[in-house]
Design a protein around this ligand. Structure first.
Ligand code: G6P
Length: 611
């Protein structure tokens, strides 16, 4: 959602904050701001628009300071204008706050403070918190105490950083439901909602937990609970490099991340396949393996692209491991009073590991006694830490808002899980297991082959980029690929696109088909190939324009459709790892031709930490 960065130390703070905000801009990008603490005064610069716009404004009036906080926003309460941008000030102009999350009881707090004569300047929920801190400061004359008292009164979620000219040698950070990480260096300390904001300055980090409040000075940092108990968190090392969060010669992060997939797919299976035994080992699941092997049911919960990966997981786990699997939108799961018992395993899939709905769903499942497992990309993320066990997908930082390499790496993790459980439960023979493992190893090379055919996909994008609608059809393992292909297109090009199970088309979407409707049909040579051919005929009979994703040399389909995109053949259950690649590229090139902001599409955010 929003991005937060703060610094206290000996260096000029403005470039540190601006650089940090740029690295986190993918989290939210409708407005941005910075507060500098120089001597006795706090000066704020903020505006609607991108971090680049803020930087231009800051450059007009450079100021020297070594303490500051910054924020990049994804609006929830109040339109994204200059006034509603963070940081927010209290009435006296001496306390500044940046906030990620939602203060749910902000109206009640605001009314109470307004009755006491406080004048609010913004429409945000955040201002109620900074005014409340200020009111408590007037009573206690102690910044930490004031923050603590205020936080005890708020309902909702927050990751906050506070700075005050009334107590100028410190930053205070606190979290409940929104991630915050501290960065540690000699004589300087950082705080950010995402380690990528500070990795250029330090690799030593401490992940705050919900309920923590940290005080940072130039001499050190201290973490306490809101109940004032000291908390000791381990210092951890960030393992990725700065290059991994830069574009590396590509025009957009999304394109770079699409092209990284041969490597990321390999990374997500590295060391996890036991070729001679035809199985997989997932170290992070060791402790829950007996429960997993005997699970009466697996529920997979997720949002967005991760939910599509979950659907593929359902198909493969049921088919090969013979465990009943249900896939649930996390946002629905938590509120529908689900029946869960202690033999159930709930798997939460989340690239960021911070999605509020997914986190809430897993907490609900845990509370009801299930064993909860995370499949996450971001190491140390909240979901990764709150689950009983988990699998990291090792895709490296994903910056483009539209998820690509995380999706295919999630599919790898699910394939490994399927292989392991199928073998453990006796439904996959050793020979079959060896074949699966070998074919998994072949996938990166096959993805490379697809990426080599990018020019054909560009040409298709030229042909269709002005369309207003598109339909994506697939069956079996490639029904989720169709959903994902449609999601990619709508997310970044704003073309209305729908994904559908191909056979279900005749129960509704077929009414949309005419000579102007592009229909992408995913039709590799799998178990249900013949059936998909019939569905293509149904589209052609209504003059739809068919773009078919096929395996090499599919003469039958070749003669029927308008355009062909070839992908190499693979085992059915691995097929989405290949078929999703041209769909990512097609969406990407169409969005570029439509001059859309590919990496930061309108209204979306990378990590949705509000409900
Ligand atoms: C947002 C992102 C999507 C992502 C979804 C779930 O909507 O824009 O790309 O798929 O959140 O995110 P997660 O981090 O939980 O996988």
């Amino acid at each position: 959602m929003c991005g937060i960065v703060g610094y206290i130390g000996f260096q000029e703070v403005t470039p540190i904050i601006i650089n940090g905000l740029k690295r986190m801009e993918y989290r939210g990008y409708d407005s941005a701001g910075i507060a500098l603490l120089a001597g006795e005064t706090i000066s704020i610069t903020k505006r609607a628009g991108k971090v680049g716009d803020l930087e231009n404004l800051v450059d007009l009036h450079p100021q020297s300071a070594t303490i500051g906080i910054g924020h990049t926003r994804w609006a929830t309460h109040g339109v994204p204008n200059d006034v509603n941008a963070h940081p927010h000030l209290d009435q006296t102009g001496s306390i500044a706050l940046v906030h990620n999350g939602i203060i749910e009881n902000h109206s009640a707090i605001r009314k109470r403070l307004e009755r006491d004569g406080i004048e609010f300047k913004t429409d945000t929920d955040t201002e109620s918190l900074v005014q409340l801190i200020s009111a408590f400061f007037d009573i206690t004359q102690d910044l930490e105490q004031a923050v603590r008292l205020a936080l005890n009164e708020v309902d909702g979620t927050y990751g906050i950083v506070v700075v005050s000219s009334r107590d100028p040698e410190k930053l205070i950070a606190a979290r409940r439901g929104s991630p915050l990480v501290l960065g540690i260096n000699d004589g300087e300390y950082f705080v950010a909602s995402d380690a990528s904001a500070i990795v250029g300055y330090t690799r030593q980090v401490v992940y705050l937990e919900d309920g923590d409040m940290a005080t940072l000075t130039r001499e050190g940092y201290e973490v306490r609970t809101l109940g004032e108990e000291i908390v000791e968190h381990e210092i951890e090392e960030i393992t990725y490099d700065i290059e991994q969060i830069e574009k590396g010669g590509f025009e957009h992060f999304m394109l770079k991340e699409i092209h990284e997939q041969p490597q990321t797919i390999m990374d997500s299976m590295r060391g996890r396949l036991i070729m001679e035994k035809g199985t997989a080992k997932l170290g992070g699941l060791r402790e829950v393996l007996p429960v997993l092997n005997n699970a009466s049911r697996i529920i997979i919960t997720a949002c967005g692209t991760s939910w599509h990966a979950a659907l593929v997981g359902e198909y493969m786990l049921e088919h090969y491991a013979r465990i009943p699997v249900e896939v649930e939108y996390a946002s629905e799961f938590r509120y529908r009073d689900p029946i869960i018992n202690e033999d159930d395993v709930v798997i939460a899939i989340s690239q960021s590991g911070e999605t509020a709905d997914t986190l809430a769903a897993l907490r609900e499942a845990k509370m009801r006694g299930a064993t909860v497992i995370g499949i996450c990309n971001v190491v140390g993320s909240t979901i990764a830490r709150e689950t009983h066990a988990g699998v990291y997908i090792h895709a490296g930082p994903e910056i483009g808002v539209a998820s690509t390499k995380a999706f295919t790496a999630q599919l790898v993790a699910l394939s490994l899980l399927t292989l392991m459980l199928g073998r453990n439960r006796g439904f996959i023979s050793i020979e079959e297991g060896k074949e699966f493992a070998q074919e998994l190893m072949n996938i990166p090379g096959k993805v490379e082959q697809i990426l080599a055919g990018t020019e054909d996909i560009k040409a298709l994008a030229e042909r269709y980029y002005q369309t207003s609608n598109a339909l994506y059809l697939g069956r079996g393992y490639n029904f989720p690929s169709a959903l994902e292909g449609a999601l990619k297109l709508k997310e970044i090009s704003y073309i209305h696109a729908e994904g559908y199970p191909a056979a279900e088309m005749k129960h509704g979407p077929i009414a949309l088909i005419d000579e102007n409707m592009p229909v992408v049909v995913i039709a590799p040579q799998d178990r249900i190939h013949e059936k998909v051919i019939s569905n293509i005929q149904e589209v052609k009979a209504r003059k739809g324009q068919v773009i078919a994703i096929v395996n090499h040399e599919d003469d039958v389909i070749n003669d029927m459709v308008d355009h062909i995109i070839s992908v190499p053949h693979t085992l059915d259950f691995l097929s989405p790892m290949l078929t999703s690649i041209p769909l990512q590229l097609l969406a990407y090139y169409i969005a570029v031709l439509r001059e859309c902001d590919v990496d930061q599409p309108r209204n979306l955010a990378k990590s949705v930490t509000v409900e």
